[in-house]
Ligand binder design. Structure first.
Ligand code: ADP
Length: 298
């Protein structure tokens, strides 16, 4: 009912106010380019606020004079408040990660189980949007990684929701592909050499990292934008000018979380064809048998 919606809206706005205060107090003041960030935030917040004010006036002035119209106005207000909550949530996470105050809880996680659980969670939502998801895991099923499951979920969530958000209307397709990072051992001879005790003189190096690839067949990213997409508040013109909701913080958060995990993230994309985001994560070598050399270049 409209009463419930107003109640929810009020709660959302209150939560937003608290978040905003927290961010302004803690995060933004310590930034170097405060002005640029503040102007970007105020622009993104002003847009939904203007709409909320307009629709509220419509109800107060009696322009929305039927219950149907009033309901529509309230739904719009609710949607706009949600946009703001989304932005504020991302700002809050961003400022926490940047100040190293996001409480990480690193544990040993079974890669295969973790991803199948994640995919189960997303698949219903993707199906309802007519998205096809393929999952390929080429690593050993016993592979353990070191990760904070909750924060890693945020990374996967951001990348998948971007793949959906920046997609063409039809035949949306996402492929998640997990591999071992190939290891080059410059000392490896072309033939096997055996020690006196029968062990390998140059045992095969076990890769220390795994690589996760999330590929879409969506809008792709213009060449000129590629170097910037992990920058905070960066949004390509195509997304700024569209109705696609966003803060330009998602990928900046992804980058920081992956780097806090000791991994790397990068992207490959062709405009009009699609994008592929890659990231690496450290294996839990204690549980994987261990890599015997540390000079692994990945
Ligand atoms: P947001 O989605 O909130 O705008 P992000 O930091 O997640 O912010 O992404 C930054 C920009 O990178 C997006 O605005 C969009 O232009 C581009 N982008 C991100 N992911 C994709 C994707 N899978 N396909 C095409 N463009 C993308």
């Amino acid at each position: 009912t409209s009463q419930d919606e107003i109640g929810q809206l009020r709660k959302d706005l209150e939560q937003m106010r608290i978040h905003l205060k927290e961010i302004v107090n803690k995060g933004i003041q310590s930034e170097d380019n405060t002005r640029e960030i503040m102007s970007s935030i105020s622009h993104d917040l002003k847009t939904p606020i203007t709409a909320i004010k307009g629709y509220t006036e419509g109800i107060l002035d009696g322009v929305a004079d039927t219950p149907d119209k009033q309901k529509k106005y309230l739904q719009t207000i609710y949607a706009k408040a949600n946009d703001m909550t989304y932005l504020i949530d991302e700002l809050s996470v961003y400022s926490k990660v940047e100040q190293n105050s996001l409480p990480y809880n690193f544990i040993s996680v079974n890669l295969e189980n973790y991803f199948t659980d994640c995919i189960d969670e997303f698949s219903l939502d993707l199906e309802s949007q007519n998205f096809h998801l393929d999952y390929i895991n080429d690593t050993d099923k016993n592979t353990q990684i070191i990760a904070d499951p909750e924060q890693l979920k945020r990374v996967i969530n951001n990348l998948i929701s971007n793949a959906v958000k920046y997609s063409k209307k039809e035949n949306g397709h996402i492929t998640i592909h997990i591999k071992d990072v190939p290891v080059q051992n410059s000392k490896q001879p072309l033939y096997r050499q055996i020690n006196e005790d029968g062990t390998d003189k140059f045992p095969t190096i076990r890769p220390e990292y795994i690589q996760i690839q999330i590929e879409d067949n969506g809008l792709g990213i213009a060449k000129k934008d590629l170097p910037h997409i992990f920058d905070r508040f960066f949004r390509a013109d195509t997304s700024r000018n569209s109705s696609k909701r966003g803060s330009g913080l998602g990928l900046a958060i992804v980058k920081m979380i992956i780097s806090d995990h000791g991994g790397k993230v990068w992207v490959d994309s062709t405009e009009g064809i699609g994008s592929c985001f890659y990231f690496t994560l450290r294996k839990d070598t204690k549980n994987n048998g261990g890599a015997y050399e540390q000079d692994i270049d990945h």
